[in-house]
Structure formats: C-alpha cells, structure tokens
Design a protein around this ligand. Structure first.
Ligand code: PAF
Length: 283
C-alpha cells in the first residue's frame, strides 16, 4: 500500500491509474478507522481496480474548537488496518496541501437547497460548508469513479448527492448501511471517547430507535418523536439534542407518514456527541 502525503504525488498516481484504464474507488475519512470504515474500504476494493482512502481531519467542518482538538487520531493503527484490507493507496495530506492560507478565513459558500437548514445544520452552523469544501477538493484530486459514504451521517450523504448533481461530478456515490456494534451502537470514531459505562448507556439509543418502529401505525411522526426523546432522555447520562422524523429526500419534518421517512437523532453521552438514524417502513 502506498502512503502519499502530498497532492502533487497523488496527482501522478491518479494519472498513472487513469492511463491504464483503472476504475478508482474512493473512501474519504477523518481517520480513527473502525469496522464500519473497513467495510466501506472492502467494498471499494471489490468494486473497483484501484482503491484510495484519504485520512484528513478537516478543520473547516468543525464549528467547535474543542471537538476538533479532541477528535481521535490514530494514524499508525489506521495504516495497519488499511494494509490488511488490501487498499492500494492512502492519502494523508497536511493542511497546506488542502487549503491556501486565506481560504481558512473565508467561509465557503454552497447552495444546499435548504438541506443544511435542519438537524445537524441547525446545531453545527457552517459544518456542511466545510464538508462540501473538503469533499469537492478531494474529488477534484482523486477523480474517483465511485465514492463510498456511510448512512450513519444521513444528512451528510444527502448533501453529497446534491453536491455531485449540482457540480456535475462524474462519480457514483455509494450509500453504505450503518454498521453497528453487537450492542446495537452505531459505529463511530467518536465511540473511542466513551468510557465502558458510557458505551453501555449509548447502546440504549439504537434500542429505543428500533423499538420505535413498533409504533408507526399508532403514533403520528410528532408523537413518535416525543416518545423517542422521552425514552432516550430517561437514560441517566444521555441527553437528546434533537430527534426529527424527516422526508428522506427533502429532509423536511414530516407531519404524516405519507412519504418514506427517516428518524435522525443526536444525543450527548457525557461530553461525546453521537448520531444515529432509523428508516420507518409504513404498512
Ligand atoms: O464523514 C466524514 O468522516 C467526513 O465528514 C468526510 C466525509 C471524510 C469529510 O471530511
């Protein structure tokens, strides 16, 4: 596996792969890789000729300085994990490779069509600007045929689909299902920051989400939201930031079950902010 640190070196590798007609599969990450990432990488390897993973903790998508500082970083362990998968190249740029100095102070603007006004966007202003900014830069460099993203970050995935459509990127975005620990807890790099006790409490989030599916025929979306928030908040140490049942396309809040819906939740478990979601199937 090649470890590439600079954009110029990456461009040469991409030029070589494209020249021999290889299909490029790409998995962008911020590192602290877990079994969920591993599945994305394995899928990218299986479905393409050349697999590239990027590891870059992108400062422009953090609206909270402490969150950026505390974001787990395990580069050596990540590289070992990637080597075992058979990944071809890992791109580990530094900030100067991805951003010109002046860019860090000018907010990046993108027309999200309202997708950024709800849920994460409401609580993390500017977050999705930073995500689109870095993912578009990475797509320009890597020129992937397919790029793999986890459905845990449901809103991020919707925004990436919009970005690809609006900016005419020639890349297939592959939505990959949430990977869960045996307890049901959605896998996340942030789980590393949970104590054993907190991890147990955090697993209640998915239990409540799965149980809530039993009530779709008797509750309205609003009633179901209240129920989920109440049940999660009843676990000592968990505090819901939001739970919203939204249309899977527009991400607008649903008042009835008239369209396919997803329930998205963000919960603080101590100081750690966790997200998860669940699809509701209406009979
Ligand atoms: O989901 C993530 O890990 C990040 O938001 C991404 C897509 C790698 C962009 O920094």
């Amino acid at each position: 596996m090649k470890i590439v640190k600079h954009a110029d070196e990456l461009k040469k590798e991409i030029f070589g792969a494209k020249n021999t007609g290889e299909k490029i599969g790409f998995v962008p990450t911020m590192g602290a890789l877990h079994a969920g990432h591993k599945l994305l990488v394995e899928r990218a390897i299986a479905e393409n000729d050349f697999c590239i993973v990027s590891i870059f903790v992108n400062p422009t998508q953090f609206n909270n300085k402490t969150d950026l500082e505390k974001y787990p970083r395990n580069l050596d362990v990540d590289i070992l994990l990637l080597e075992k998968t058979g990944c071809d190249l890992v791109f580990v740029p530094n900030i100067e490779d991805m951003y010109a100095l002046e860019e860090m102070n000018i907010p990046f603007q993108f027309d999200f069509g309202g997708l950024d006004q709800v849920m994460e966007g409401k609580f993390r202003p500017g977050h999705f600007n930073g995500v689109v900014q870095i993912v578009s830069k990475l797509f320009n460099l890597v020129q992937p045929d397919k790029a793999y993203f986890g459905e845990k970050d449901f809103q991020q995935l919707s925004i990436i689909h919009r970005m690809v459509k609006i900016m005419n990127y020639k890349v297939d975005i592959i939505d990959c299902p949430i990977v869960r620990e045996p307890s049901g807890l959605a896998m996340s790099s942030r789980n590393e920051r949970l104590s054993t006790e907190e991890r147990k409490k955090a697993s209640e989030i998915s239990k409540v989400l799965f149980e809530s599916r039993n009530f779709v025929n008797s509750f309205t979306p609003d009633e179901l939201s209240q129920w989920v928030i109440g049940e999660v908040n009843a676990v000592k140490g968990l505090k819901v930031e939001y739970f919203e049942i939204v249309d899977i396309e527009s991400l607008q809040i649903m008042r009835t079950w008239s369209k396919p819906t997803v329930g998205c939740i963000t919960v603080f478990c101590g100081a750690v902010r966790l997200i998860d979601n669940i699809r509701y199937i209406i009979n």
